[in-house]
Design a protein around this ligand. Structure first.
Ligand code: DAU
Length: 321
């Protein structure tokens, strides 16, 4: 946003829980148009103080986002993703913003069989505590539009990948573990399908929705890049020149959605959005970024991440952890 719109004043609100990392934004921290506020969006008073400064547009990226964590500890997902969204909506309503964009996920639509794609009309059928909490947030956003006339958009994206992704998600998890010759946990048969979207393509879509999205509308964002998990893992191993013997089939994720696939026709036709990154080049660039930034991901794999990793993978991988 700062590159595309250098005159915008941006307030970055983050409670800096385990995945938040100010190091990621070092390059802009002294920019006079950028302010950081360590604030929890469930804290209504603190949020009110922020809005009092004058806010035109809210883009709600703040979320607990990792499905496996929501299976271990659902409560914090409801707090941040549902209650936090409602706190932001109340402030947006009180201070009268010009647009509230809710950044959501294709997971609210549930799972697909072998055919078909998620459209904006697909009924919400979330299957995990994470996706249920995101669906709850989305429904509140919709309700604030219907009831109070709040000018909103909701975006629903597929799986993001790219630099700076916390190494609990599949792609950075596999890259970092493969580089350390650790066992690579494959849930179930590894044939679940995700529709991969390069993070900067997601950002360009959100930029378009902020500026041109029709009020009250939902926009699906996806790059037409469906791949099985096995394909992803094997591609990374090949690129890193590591053996497939590292792949370890483990107990499946509970309620594991089989397939996600986005139909991006609406955002493509209405707003002219087009992803720039092909998966084949995007994944290579991403792997290279993790190779060049080993210190970054090694540092954040300490403390809380180790505790989570033991809870999530200890029983699954046993001695090979
Ligand atoms: O579709 C968008 C969603 O994508 C976002 O809303 C979520 O915030 C984001 O976490 C992501 O959800 P997934 O559950 O699809 O992503 P994850 O990286 O956790 O897993 C991708 C696939 O890889 C999924 O089928 C589970 C599998 N997997 C994941 C991990 C962490 C494994 O086989 N082994 C693993 O260790």
């Amino acid at each position: 946003m700062m590159q595309q719109h250098p005159n915008y004043q941006i307030i970055n609100v983050d409670s800096l829980t385990y995945a938040g990392n100010l190091e990621n934004l070092k390059s802009i921290e002294n920019n006079p148009n950028y302010t950081f506020s360590k604030t929890d969006i469930t804290d209504a008073q603190a949020v009110d103080t922020l809005f009092r400064q004058g806010v035109d547009v809210v883009v709600n990226f703040a979320a607990e986002s990792h499905v496996d964590r929501s299976i271990l500890e659902p409560e914090v997902f409801v707090k941040t993703n549902v209650l936090g969204t409602q706190v932001l909506l109340d402030a947006a309503k009180k201070y009268g913003v010009t647009k509230f964009v809710q950044v959501s996920t294709d997971e609210v639509y549930g799972t697909l069989g072998e055919t078909g794609l998620f459209t904006e009309e697909t009924p919400l059928t979330p299957n995990s505590p994470y996706s249920a909490s995101k669906a709850g947030g989305d429904l509140l956003v919709r309700a604030y539009h219907e009831t109070f006339g709040l000018p909103i958009n909701i975006t629903r994206c597929s799986n993001n990948y790219g630099p700076y992704q916390f190494p609990e998600k599949l792609i950075p998890l596999i890259i970092s573990r493969a580089l350390s010759d650790q066992a690579l946990p494959i849930y179930g048969d590894g044939l679940n399908i995700r529709d991969w979207l390069y993070v900067e393509d997601h950002c360009s879509a959100i930029d378009l929705v902020i500026h041109q999205g029709r009020i009250g509308e939902v926009y699906n964002i996806g790059g037409n890049n469906e791949r099985t998990n096995l394909h992803i893992v094997k591609t990374i191993l090949q690129e890193l020149n590591k053996p497939e013997a590292l792949m370890t089939y483990v107990k499946d994720r509970l309620g594991h959605d089989r397939r996600y696939g986005i139909d991006p026709t609406k955002i493509t036709q209405e707003l002219g959005w087009k992803p720039k990154h092909h998966f084949e080049t995007g994944i290579k660039e991403t792997i290279q970024w993790y190779l060049n930034n080993k210190e970054w991901w090694s540092r954040i794999q300490s403390g809380e991440y180790q505790d989570y990793s033991t809870k999530q993978y200890g029983d699954r991988l046993g001695d090979s952890l």
